[in-house]
Design a binder for this molecule. Sequence first.
Ligand code: C2E
Ligand code: MG
Ligand code: MG
Ligand code: MG
Length: 292
Amino acid sequence: QAKEAGRNAYVRFADWMNDSAEQQFQLLADLRRAIGTEQLFLHYQPKTRVAGQSVSGAEALIRWRHPQQGLIPPDRFIRLAERSGVINDIGRWALNEACRQLRVWHDAGHDGWTVSVNLSPIQFASPTLLHEVREALKTHHLQPRRLILEITESAVMRDTEASLTLLQAMAALGVGISIDDFGTGYSSLLYLKRLPATEIKIDHAFVRDLENSSEDVVIVSAIVALGHALDMDIVAEGVETAGQRAYLERLGCDYLQGYLLGRPMDPERFMQLHDLPRPRVEVAAGWKAHAR
Ligand code: C2E
Ligand code: MG
Ligand code: MG
Ligand code: MG
């Protein structure tokens, strides 16, 4: 009886594996077809300054509306895209689309806003990335410092010397470099010292229990001290409650991101929500006064 059950279990397992591989194969085929269509689009989540509570810009987050399966979150297809190399096409599109959108916002008077674009480790290894970044800025007439590239620690650690060289070239361009999901990778403090990063994003994981965990308070405050000592801005992500916000502000974070401050949303809504309260000329002067 046990033997029978075991055999059935094996068969089910094998079927499940086949189905899964097949599903992934199908999903990848669908993803390839989705590139260049409206199935792929970007949502934008506000990044808010602690000082003055004003929006400083947005993080672009990719979305895929599959014709049959509906909305598929990036955590489900980015890995697939990375394994197949399709991520280079998707990433190139996302970079250009985010820059195009920022140009629209700047033209509407929000000329101090920045846009943050997530880069995959795979893209990071591409020899054409630097050129693509330069072209995107040129095409959309953007000052380099209005673009922030988000990279994860693991991406940077993968190929240390080559990554450093590329990062230094991008930093020389003047774009912002943000270390995303900070604290979850394989941080080497020695390495951090050599990174031309302009920003650290403290991962959700350290923000979630901040109100109840003295350990997390200590960790966040250490990251803030470290980042500031290295002349980097500190962004906290995943801020969901007023209590978390109060802690993060007290601990010295410069920027906050999270559902409390705004969910990722489409670009039209993003601008409606942050509509200019006064005529353009006046406001533009106001933004300049705020600029760092
Ligand atoms: P990430 O860059 O760390 O982005 C933050 C994620 O947290 C986003 O998930 C965002 O929607 C979510 N989030 C924001 N605020 C809150 C909050 O208060 N609570 C909670 N629970 N979550 C919050 P999303 O959009 O599903 O993206 C997941 C990951 O997919 C991103 O993590 C990023 O690594 C990757 N990703 C997204 N867009 C792109 C892209 O264009 N290119 C690449 N290579 N990766 C992308
Ligand atoms: Mg990010
Ligand atoms: Mg993150
Ligand atoms: Mg993440």
